[in-house]
Design a protein around this ligand. Structure first.
Ligand code: URP
Ligand code: ZN
Ligand code: ZN
Length: 464
């Protein structure tokens, strides 16, 4: 099966030129001006950008959390991701405390196999790491799971103490892998939450008020310091605020191997969203919480000048009606997380490129290339080059849409609200190709559950 994409403007993290692309056997095999070739399928991309498919390194499909399970499984979540121009995700397998991480990997393979319609990888969430179990980490790396996530938040659930953190970090460093950190001082935050609840402060807004930016910054500082001593590169996930970014910048300036992502919710939504009427604010209960609006300029500064490398979604949807409602009387019982995997590319293009904050190359880098490089997928994913997987998006830079749960072009996620409801965006993923197969065209689904492959990722290969 061959595919010829004609007349597009090919944009990667570094290039921007007009060319035709020829795809054979799932890979890009030829790039050139006006290729004189025939193909089984020809797409005219005149007036469109031809970009590498999005790589979202932070999703939670079918994740047990907060007494329930995230509303998208690997079938519905990857389907929605594809509609939004994302062709690879890295999701999180979770070790059950006291049990094997290899068993957790099996469980997550079971959740994704036969369901995912785009390629995927796994990070491993480590919830404990006794000496006797350290050997498993090398095995995970051999299985293509070359990054971990550890939590300084959620005591009693996913939280690990600093000793565990150090032990796992040392081994991860020895093995050449990368550690992702949920950096918030969960122990102090839990105390603040208890005080708030005692005062009768139970509404969703108190989720944000009980998680000060200082406690995120402290977690970032501490996790970086421990990682430096342990000798492992560290990637701060879902960085939400200026306070925390300052710690990343300081560390990078002294040469520490520190990387960080932010997410669309921290770039486009703010603490004011918790003031919506009734219980509506629960839609935005995520961790870290939405921050004061001025932080957004600082995050954009970080994205422009390189202290932040990537924009992931932390897609973790819970339905408003029957899942968020678990915390109607107590904000601390609202399942933490929000949907977003489908809207990332349009949001970042609109808020970044159209708004004049970043170049179109940087847009590709932030939504695809950087994550592919950091997480061992590059150059198979994250770029358009001869030999790369033909994960390609034909992106209309002029098409306008209003994001809404009611708009069939912007919402395929299995959740009853959209966090960006009513937001007008310019820039839309029109045709989406996964390993050479067109899976979305003109809002029509042509993909297949199970067509997505598990991708064994390479070891961490150093900063760019
Ligand atoms: O609120 C969030 N972020 N939910 C997902 C779990 C996590 O901490 O990433
Ligand atoms: Zn987290
Ligand atoms: Zn997350």
């Amino acid at each position: 099966m061959s595919l010829l994409i004609r007349n597009g403007r090919v944009v990667t993290a570094t290039d921007d030129y007009r060319a035709d692309l020829f795809v054979e056997d799932e890979k890009v095999s030829l790039i050139g001006a006006q290729l004189d070739l025939e193909a089984d399928q020809v797409i005219d991309a005149s007036g469109k950008l031809v970009i590498p498919g999005g790589v979202d390194p932070h999703t939670h499909m079918d994740m047990p959390f907060g007494g329930t399970t995230s509303a998208d499984d690997f079938e519905s979540g990857t389907h929605a991701a594809a509609f939004g121009g994302t062709t690879s995700i890295i999701d999180f397998a979770i070790q059950i405390k006291g049990r094997s991480t290899l068993e957790a990997l099996e469980t997550w393979h079971g959740k994704a196999t036969g369901k995912a319609s785009i390629d995927y990888g796994f990070h491993m969430i480590v919830t404990d790491m006794e000496d006797e179990r350290l050997w498993e980490m090398r095995r995970l790396a051999e299985e293509g799971v070359t990054s971990y996530k550890m939590f300084m938040a959620y005591p009693g659930v996913l939280y690990v103490d600093d000793g565990t953190l150090f032990r796992a970090m040392r081994k991860a460093g020895e093995d050449g892998t990368l550690v992702c950190m949920h950096a918030e001082n969960g122990i102090v935050i839990d105390e603040i939450v208890k005080l708030a609840l005692k005062r009768g402060e139970t509404s969703p807004k108190h989720h944000a008020l009980t998680r000060p930016t200082r406690m995120e910054a402290e977690g970032v500082h501490r996790s970086i310091a421990i990682a430096e001593v342990a000798g492992v590169p560290v990637y701060i996930v879902h960085l939400s605020c200026s306070d925390a970014l300052e710690q990343v910048t300081l560390a990078r300036n002294r040469g520490a191997l520190v990387f960080a992502e932010t997410c669309p919710q921290y770039l486009f939504l703010d603490i004011g969203h918790y003031d919506q009427a009734g219980f509506e604010g629960a839609k935005y209960v995520m961790t870290p919480p939405l921050r004061e609006r001025w932080n957004q300029d600082e995050l954009w500064r970080g994205l422009r000048f390189g202290d932040l490398q990537s924009i992931a979604t932390d897609h973790c949807p819970f339905c408003f009606k029957d899942q968020k409602a678990l915390g109607i009387k107590d904000f601390s019982k609202i399942p933490n997380g929000a949907p977003g995997v489908e809207n990332r590319m349009s949001l970042v293009y609109n808020g970044g490129v159209v708004a004049g904050r970043i170049s179109v190359n940087r847009f590709v880098e932030l939504t695809s290339t950087a994550a592919a490089k950091l997480f061992g997928l590059f150059p198979r994913k994250g770029t358009i080059a001869v030999g790369s997987d033909a994960d390609i998006v034909i992106f209309d830079p002029n098409r306008k849409e209003t994001i809404s749960a009611a708009n069939p072009c912007t919402h395929h996620m299995r959740v009853d609200y959209n966090a960006y409801e009513g937001m007008a965006v310019q820039g839309f993923s029109e045709t989406v190709i996964s390993r050479g197969k067109v899976i979305v065209k003109d809002n029509e689904w042509l993909g297949q559950p199970g067509a997505g492959n598990f991708i064994k990722r390479a070891l961490f290969s150093g900063p760019d």
